[in-house]
Design a protein around this ligand. Sequence first.
Ligand SMILES: Nc1ncnc2c1ncn2[C@@H]1O[C@H](COP(=O)(O)OP(=O)(O)O)[C@@H](O)[C@H]1O
Ligand SMILES: O=c1ccn([C@@H]2O[C@H](COP(=O)(O)OP(=O)(O)O)[C@@H](O)[C@H]2O)c(=O)[nH]1
Length: 247
Amino acid sequence: MPSKESSSRYKRILLKLSGEALAGSKGFGIDPKVLDRMALEIGQLVGIGVQVGLVIGGGNLFRGQELSAAGLDRVTGDHMGMLATVMNALAMRDALERANIRTRVMSAIPMSGIVEHYDRRTAVRYLNQSDVVIFSAGTGNPFFTTDSAACLRGIEIDADIVLKATNVDGVYTADPKKDPEARKYDVLTYSEVLDKQLGVMDLTAICLVRDQNMPVRVFDMNQHGSLVRLVVGENEGTLIVEDTEND
Ligand SMILES: Nc1ncnc2c1ncn2[C@@H]1O[C@H](COP(=O)(O)OP(=O)(O)O)[C@@H](O)[C@H]1O
Ligand SMILES: O=c1ccn([C@@H]2O[C@H](COP(=O)(O)OP(=O)(O)O)[C@@H](O)[C@H]2O)c(=O)[nH]1
């Protein structure tokens, strides 16, 4: 294994995992095999000295918008979605701890006896002692997404980059699942994402990272080893930054 500090281009990252990614091929719920593989890859980062903050979505269990379309009150649906992210966080903590990786779960919604309430200074202290910190319950507010939560927490903890692990291998000129002609970008600016309405991340999240100049990389974590490869400097996925000239 490479020596600490030497091989990583980042000291601290915020990794966003979609809830769907945890469901594996089943499409719903949590696949323990997927959790174990992700824990392994996250453990490799900790092993080379990277501090890891994690935000996990809830789409494998509940999404407020979908529940609302089915007739539920939207805010109630969003509360259910946020609670789903706490369940995913508990499952991920379990997998990480089984792999001997010290892990903390914090929640934006107080949940005494189950997880700690989110506190930025405490989170940074944990990260500095190499604990993985999972930020659950999104932003704590309805009408937001876990992409926004990931960008928010990434900015708050002063991460070097927000890494969005999703089910496509980057940002394309159009949705690659619908347009076979779509071409992948290696790098693009926040303004291009907004102007071209590239739908890989919600606009609230993109505006937040643009305003704080926080780089984002979108990549496919289903490709084994992609997380470690990009952290050690390989060109995985698509980088979104302020100015593509200076990258
Ligand atoms: N221009 C685009 N480039 C890449 N993916 C896109 C684009 N437009 C839409 N998508 C879709 O965005 C999806 C990923 O975003 P999202 O569903 O928010 O991810 P997650 O559930 O991982 O948060 C992909 O499944 C992809 O089909
Ligand atoms: O700050 C937040 C984050 C999430 N959610 C709710 O939690 C659900 C699950 O999150 P998301 O859809 O972002 O999960 P992912 O698509 O990443 O699995 C969302 O649909 C919302 O209903 C919310 O209300 N506020």
